[in-house]
Design a protein around this ligand. Structure first.
Ligand code: ZN
Ligand code: ZN
Length: 145
């Protein structure tokens, strides 16, 4: 997502304030990092100590309402955020908690199945896939009695 697309989402209703732009840029440059509000605040703070955690929270809430970011629950008890994209999914390792991304959208395939069985109109969906990463697979199998 670029600044132009962000402007479109803000849709004249919300100003692209300096804080919003800074936080947006961080989300962009840390794509695939799945940052928490605290992480973002820490990064912001280095260059812009005047931007507080409350502002980061408020901005993320707004971004999430406008579908600029999506909230993620990666199972570590921490709310995380990333720029909204339907085109990747998350694989989460049950042993070490590492998160991997796969590119490609399953929306079309899912849509076909849902259309065939219901008259439900899908607005959004979340998909987390759980298993063991390559490093952990060896440990897991050796622990099986
Ligand atoms: Zn991601
Ligand atoms: Zn692992």
């Amino acid at each position: 997502m670029n600044t132009f697309e962000l402007q479109e989402k803000l849709n004249g209703k919300y100003k692209l304030t300096r804080q919003r732009e800074i936080i947006f840029h961080i989300l962009n440059s840390y794509a695939s990092h799945h940052l928490s509000a605290e992480d973002i605040h820490e990064i912001v703070h280095e260059q812009h100590p005047e931007i507080g955690l409350a502002t980061v929270y408020r901005t993320l809430e707004l971004f999430s309402t406008l579908a600029v970011v999506q909230k993620l629950d990666l199972g570590d008890g921490c709310q995380r955020y990333e720029l909204y994209s339907l085109h990747h999914h998350h694989l989460i390792c049950n042993a070490c908690g590492k998160v991997f991304e796969i590119k490609g959208s399953l929306a079309d395939a899912l849509g076909t199945v849902i259309d065939a069985q219901t008259d439900f109109s899908v607005q959004d969906y979340r998909l987390y896939i759980y298993g063991y990463c390559k490093d952990c697979q060896a440990n897991v199998t050796s622990n099986v009695v």
